[in-house]
Design a protein around this ligand. Structure first.
Ligand code: NAG
Ligand code: NAG
Length: 474
């Protein structure tokens, strides 16, 4: 009160001094602020950079999950990609709220006949009657319900039944949406690129867009790589499904993958698949070979929309990278796989990296490169083996085991070495456990190294393969 009064008196007495003070204060303050923003990089840490694409509000992103994995895998998305997505819906086999988001039960309208017919719905019943306590305590159901889960996992067996009801529910959830994009909890979605891509299409036309895959004769978009459906495609397939539910239930019982069942239903209503590799693709950023060729396309030159099999820490790191990209690039510069390689991967490819497995798994190549027989004796001998073959780009070494590769992969923190990597499943199929004790330098964990000069040449050679046609696949 006293301070207020004397301030008023002061102002009345000398307006000029007051004005001068305010001006100099503002001047000083603005200098301070510009100093702060140029000198402290962390200034940007809490600023969120979201793409300002007008179609953002016309897209519903749908996440498909299950009670066995959702608690572990969902929260990271609230901290990262979902922050920029205005409309999303989460479908599971169990209704609950997680961090303020509602998780919908995708099965709540499913026919009793189907539930009776399929013993795997036992898990659903237990969840419904006992809540989370209905998940068995022996842990066998806690390995994830998505396709990356174990085949014997009841959560995974139920997963294939989710797709068609999910399409139907998503359409009713947001009937005004023009696009519906379906992902899983280990899918990383580059939202800005997705919006840029979808805006190339006429959403009045039925579209089904994703990473092509076949099971037998049926062509479909792989679920974990993410896929998009325009509203007309959604309406067509749900109407047809509602009219032929018994047949589709029977078909689903006979098949093992729900994304394939959906692909069949879309084929039945004559909505063709647009083959969108490598915008949509099935590898995590740490194991993607950027020079892999599928349907005559290599990832390198094309904008990236999805990664799959992404563990939580990699989702956080890639999000940070993508945010930085959004901050420093004009709105219309799509983030290409090459940009991810150059900005996110290349800086970490060094001569040596401890406790790191860069998935140097190229069996044919290894065999010929290792004819010199010394490679397994030390990290340096392994490097020499790689050096002696001009095609070799990277290697990994663990006590008595040297692996080399003509492909470049970032890899991951690891102690054991991966000796068989499945490109189909994007995961290590076989880890070398037999190696014993410490190596000659007292290290027991796998180490990796890159031919740094050759990787630099690889980058320019890859850039040479790009041409302006390799932009958005429409
Ligand atoms: C990319 O892969 C092809 C084989 O598919 C190979 O011939 C080519 O040398 C590779 N490019 C680079 C830069 O390593
Ligand atoms: C391979 O592993 C090393 C660590 O030894 C890591 O620095 C590098 O990023 C990995 N590189 C590739 C291409 O896999």
């Amino acid at each position: 009160m006293t301070a207020g009064r004397s301030w008023v008196n002061f102002r009345r007495r000398n307006r000029t001094v007051f004005t001068a003070l305010v001006v100099s204060f503002l001047f000083f303050y603005s200098c301070q602020r510009s100093t702060i923003s140029t000198n402290i990089p962390n200034q940007h840490r809490n600023t969120l950079y979201c793409p300002q694409n007008p179609i953002a509000k016309e897209v519903l992103v749908v996440l498909r999950t299950g009670a066995t994995e959702v608690l572990e895998k969902l929260p990271v998305h609230f901290d990262t990609t979902l922050r920029c997505i205005p409309n999303y819906a989460i479908y599971s086999d169990y209704e609950e709220d997680i961090k303020g988001s509602h998780i919908h039960d995708v099965f709540d309208e499913i026919s009793h006949d189907l539930q009776q017919l399929v013993p795997d719905f036992e898990l659903y019943h237990r969840l419904k009657t006992k809540g989370r306590d209905g998940l068995s305590i022996d842990g066998t159901e806690h390995d994830g319900s998505g396709p990356s889960g174990l085949l014997g996992n009841p959560g995974w067996k139920l997963d294939k039944f989710k797709f068609l009801p999910m399409i139907d529910k998503a359409l009713r959830h947001r009937p005004q949406a023009k696009w519906f994009v379906f992902i899983e909890l280990d899918t990383y979605l580059m939202w800005g690129n997705l919006l840029e891509y979808l805006s190339k299409f006429n959403a009045e036309v039925p579209y089904y867009i994703g990473k092509q895959m076949y099971i037998g004769e049926v062509l479909f978009a792989h679920g974990g790589s993410g896929f998009a459906l325009s509203a007309p495609a959604m309406r067509r397939v749900t109407e047809h499904w509602r009219a032929h539910m018994v047949e589709y239930n029977q078909y689903t019982i006979e098949q093992w993958a729900g994304d394939m069942v959906l692909g069949k239903a879309l084929k039945d209503v004559l909505v063709p698949l647009l083959w969108a590799f490598p915008h949509f693709q099935g590898d995590p950023v740490s194991t993607l070979d950027h020079n892999i060729t599928k349907i005559d396309r290599r990832p390198w030159c094309y904008p990236a929309i999805t990664y799959h099999h992404m563990p939580e820490d990699e989702i956080r790191l890639l999000w940070k990278f993508e945010q930085e990209w959004q901050r420093t690039h004009p709105i219309d510069a799509p983030l290409r796989h090459a940009d991810v390689f150059k900005g996110y991967i290349h800086p970490y490819l060094s001569k040596e990296r401890a406790e790191w497995d860069n998935y140097s798994v190229n069996p044919e190549f290894s065999k010929t490169a290792l004819k010199n027989g010394e490679a397994h004796t030390s990290f340096e001998a392994c490097r020499s083996a790689c050096e002696s073959n001009p095609m070799c780009l990277q290697f990994s070494y663990r006590t008595s085991m040297c692996l080399v590769s003509s492909e470049v992969r970032l890899g991951r923190m690891a102690t054991l070495q991966c000796s068989e990597y499945s490109t189909a499943a994007s995961k290590c199929d076989k880890k070398e456990e037999m190696a014993v004790g410490m190596d000659e330098e007292g290290q027991g964990a796998v180490r990796s190294g890159w031919m740094v000069d050759r990787v630099a040449k690889y980058v320019s050679a890859m850039d040479q393969t790009c041409n302006p046609r390799m932009d958005w696949i429409v």
